[in-house]
Ligand binder design. Structure first.
Ligand code: G6Q
Length: 555
């Protein structure tokens, strides 16, 4: 077994997770209930569909189609108690350095705390800092949106390009799609993340530099992809505008690293700061959301923050029985560790949420894709499942077959809204009918007897049978508003945290991205070397690099 040497506190889990009586009780319970079918559970409890729900911050969670009994839920809560969940939640809200491997707080809840709250880090109230930055953002966005902020040649800004990657991209991209209904339609918003030059070239191909504002989003301002794209943006701008002073009018930076921002040539006045206690994938509601605020305006942005905060307060104060993030987190543990589900499908029945699964992939998989516990020991249980998904109904004509009749158990999160933002005939009712139909079909299936009774030829009966008993959550909200989006994102943030607490891992670091980054830097040097550098990789990597060097064409 490997052990990391940390100068941090020892794990709260003195006892290994799988040795805990609460875990063992769940294993025993799983063995006795494994074959229980949702058909039977609903038949024996006619109120199940009404009973197994929770509601907060405008979101209604129906978890009655999860394969759980009241006893399962009780045992999961017992496990949460044994893992000190309440204390860990309190520690997060207090600003303790719960990101132990980086010795940082994970205080994204402070980003949406109302002005009169006090959250201290090193005796400093960070909430007033948050509001000072929000006010600066709002003033800047008002100037750009009103046309008071002009480009170098005096034209108003019509295009905003966010350059960032990972946590400095996925949240803003998701919000750009999700909030389009509330966005300025006379402005263009685009996002460049990939170091693949195609990303930048396609983003600007029909835009004019004198009407374009670049928002360079990078917490560290050292990220290779972002700085390379920012340099390309600078060159693209100056090629047309021909004057270094144009940078001040066409570039703003969002970062914690003032020194690097200034080194890049962006004026400190055009920099919006944030703090090391904001993790990249937990930052879309910080100044990293500057492009979002430019699109939807300060008032809508504040409404989104209020949605986040409403869910934060619910998470902090509601009983475990009624607590949406706790319930969703514990159900995820049940599905992953006891029913053996390796993935989760996220299925939003709303076109505006088409990037939500991609956003969740980073949130969940970068947070909980860990193989050692807080004290550095290799875990002997599965941790974070694989998140994936597509908006309904498109997925139904693609991968749902495997969810219905494949051999893998794939728990689903269905997300829908009672009202559409774009009413068109009966289309919304049809969309929602599909959502309800899918979760019903997954849970209850169709028995061989039912198929036979329809007169199906015997040879086809097994092919046409749906086993059912495939678990799902359904999240329903009234309509997709900035407030709802904030609540939805906070729900998943906290649910991911709950899972991390049970697994006893650090959900706020991401060391797994480091090795590839270091190797890429080394290989970039070897590729750029005009001589014939000695390659000291494995045989496969050496051969691929040599072949690439031989066949590439320089621009
Ligand atoms: C997120 C990660 C990572 C990060 C990117 C961009 O939690 O830390 O995705 O957001 O690597 O980093 P910078 O913002 O520093 O450029």
């Amino acid at each position: 077994m490997s052990r990391l040497t940390l100068t941090t506190r020892a794990s709260a889990h003195a006892q290994g997770l799988t040795d805990r009586p609460a875990w063992k009780a769940l294993e025993a319970h799983c063995a006795t209930t494994h074959d229980l079918h949702l058909r039977q559970m609903f038949a024996e409890d006619t109120l199940r569909g009404e009973r197994l729900h929770a509601e907060a911050a405008g979101l209604y969670l129906d978890y009655s189609k999860q394969r759980v009994t009241d006893e399962t839920l009780r045992l999961l809560r017992e496990l949460a108690d044994a893992c000190g969940l309440n204390e860990r939640i309190a520690a997060m809200f207090r600003g303790d350095r719960i990101n132990t491997t980086e010795q940082r707080a994970a205080l994204h809840v402070a980003l949406r705390a109302p002005m009169d709250e006090h959250i201290l880090i090193d005796d400093k109230n960070v909430v007033s800092d948050v509001h000072a930055v929000l006010d600066r953002m709002a003033a800047f966005c008002e100037r750009v949106r009103s046309g008071a902020w002009t480009g170098h040649s005096g034209k108003r800004i019509r295009n905003v390009i966010n350059i960032g990657i990972g946590g400095s991209d996925l949240g803003p991209v998701m919000a750009d799609e999700a909030m389009r209904h509330y966005s300025r339609r006379d402005m263009t918003f685009r996002f460049v993340s990939n170091v693949d030059s195609t990303d930048f070239v396609e983003a600007v191909h029909d835009l004019k530099p004198d009407e374009t504002l670049f928002v360079i989003c990078s917490k560290t301002f050292t990220t290779q992809e972002t700085l390379t794209n920012a340099q390309s943006a600078r060159a693209w701008c100056l090629h047309t505008l021909g004057d270094e002073r144009a940078v001040a009018k066409h570039f703003v930076a969002v970062s914690t690293n003032a020194a690097e921002v200034i080194k890049f040539g962006i004026d400190a006045d055009n920099m919006f700061g944030f703090w090391d206690w904001v993790g990249g994938r937990y930052s879309m509601d910080s100044v990293i959301g500057l492009s979002t605020m430019l699109a939807i305006g300060p008032e809508n942005f504040r409404a989104m923050l209020a949605g986040f905060h409403a869910m934060d307060e619910h998470f902090r104060t509601a009983s475990p029985e009624q607590n949406l993030p706790v319930l969703m987190g514990l159900l995820a543990i049940w599905n992953a560790n006891f029913l053996g589900a390796a993935t989760v499908a996220v299925l939003p029945y709303d076109q505006y949420l088409k990037r939500f699964p991609a956003y969740l992939q980073q949130l969940a998989m970068e947070s909980n894709g860990k193989h050692v516990s807080l004290n550095g020991m290799r875990v002997d249980y599965e941790t974070g499942p694989i998140y994936w998904g597509e908006p309904g109904t498109n997925g139904q004509h693609s991968f749902y077959q495997l969810i219905h009749q494949g051999t893998h158990l794939i728990p689903c999160d269905f997300i829908g809204f009672c009202e559409t933002l774009n009413p068109l005939g009966g289309q919304h009712d049809l969309l929602m009918a599909n959502l309800f139909a899918q979760s019903e079909a997954l849970a209850f299936g169709k028995t061989a007897a039912e198929v036979k009774a329809e007169g199906m030829p015997t040879a086809l009966v097994s092919h046409r049978t749906f086993e059912g008993n495939r678990p799902s959550n359904t999240l329903l909200a009234e309509r997709l508003t900035p407030h709802t989006l904030g609540a939805l994102v906070a729900l998943y943030e906290h649910s991911v945290f709950v899972q991390g607490v049970i697994w006893d891992i650090d959900s706020f670091d991401q060391w797994g991205v480091e090795l590839g980054k270091a190797l890429a830097t080394r290989i970039a040097g070897e590729i750029a070397d005009s001589g014939d550098p000695e390659l000291r990789h494995d045989g496969s990597t050496n051969t691929l690099i040599r072949r690439y060097r031989r066949l590439r064409h320089h621009a």
